[in-house]
Write a protein that binds this ligand. Sequence first.
Ligand code: MN
Length: 502
Amino acid sequence: MTDTTPTLWFVCGSQHLYGDESLEQVAANAGSVAAALDAADAMPLRVRYRGLLTTAEEIRNVCLAANGDPDCAGLILWMHTFSPAKMWIGGLSRLHKPFCHLHTQFTRDLPWASIDMDFMNLHQAAHGDREAGYLHTRMRLARKVVVGHWSDPDVHARLAAWARAAHAWHDLQGARFARFGDNMRGVAVTEGDKVAAEMRFGFTVDGYGVGDLVARIDAVPDGDVDDVLSQYDDSFDLAPELRAGGERRSALRYGARLEAGIRAFLVEGGFKGFTTTFEDLHGLEQLPGLAVQRLMVDGYGFGAEGDWKTAALLRACKVMGRGLPQGTSFMEDYTYDLSADGQQVLGSHMLEVCPSIAAARPRLEIHPLGIGGKADPLRLVFDAKTGPAINVSLIDLGGHFRLVLNEVDSVDHPALPRLPVARAVWTCRPDFTTACSAWIYAGGAHHSAFSLDLTTEHVEDFAAIAGVELVVIDGDTTLRTLRRDLRLGELTALLGDGLRGR
Ligand code: MN
């Protein structure tokens, strides 16, 4: 998939009161800060200095320019000196891009022995940024506040998390998701209001009959199928029957055709993710398992059983995690170990777990599947990496959307020699009983985006940009506070957006 990486605009606020000489110094300092952030290893996006703003007209022009520039994912604002905030109303009330308020100061150490009123005049973000913050709060503007010296790696980490969320948000605006068939019959949580989703998140979900996909799969040239097959041979440990000359090689060849056909359909339509359903496979010889796994690892969002909300969420998580090493996958809470020393979740799916989370080179296998009524499907089989992770779910409550997040720990587990699917095993924070109770009280789905790269901070920043409720289940969660927070979330949604926007 080809898509361009957007940039962030760094904007500094001041006023004319200080005279040209001071403003030249302020502009030079702001340019240095922007350049340092641009060069910081942690920053996933380029940071471009967009100038010193000292009038309402300049501010409005920059905000309108940001709205109109498809390359701009968001703004970082900093008030080097005092910038009377009324001049920001006209611009900020029109700004449709996310912004982050960096509360920093050009000089790190106070020069105790030499400080004079010239220094005080120049370095007054300490109160200039409070004036800005008041107005942001007064205008009820969603933003992230990052505090600390601009050279501090912790400041870079906070900014980088927000930048990843802003990137994902930017990526979702106008994004298209292809939905082959409807959702699995009778399932509630995979339903949702696609009009409300487009209004809230900016993406569209376009339905296709599976016949449209079958036609594209059948049209894939044999040479393209050969190319995909050779990638399988190079990338995975193939079961003996799937290797060249093996008795199931022709099934693998069809699997390669499935992948090439779905990929072509997505590329030609400019889609960023897709859903399938095993209840609508007419004309397909196999349920696509391997193909879905291969497309997820390339950054496509995916939701099984028609789950378009999870497809979009997974895409957002994939973009947030771009360039990070551990991986992010579609996931389902599948089964439990309820023993006293277990209290663990075995997460998996029938087939579709992303190999980006694989701890080792996956095995490529073929086995029968009890549902779908099709030929045996191919799948990559592996154990997940271990370490801290999150599970995130996006649900439609009718009145509003809610993100539910649980901090978990992916752990080692006994061998599973008879389980022919990819899997992860995790423990939940704060503990199994509290986490599962909280998730169920919150209405979290059985489908989620599982990420070993992202943290709660990324999803918090994303939720703030989207204006969506986020319920966090972490080491500090108690059921009493969680249930109170759920009631607060309902009230906030009702009073904040009413019937208009969700
Ligand atoms: Mn499922």
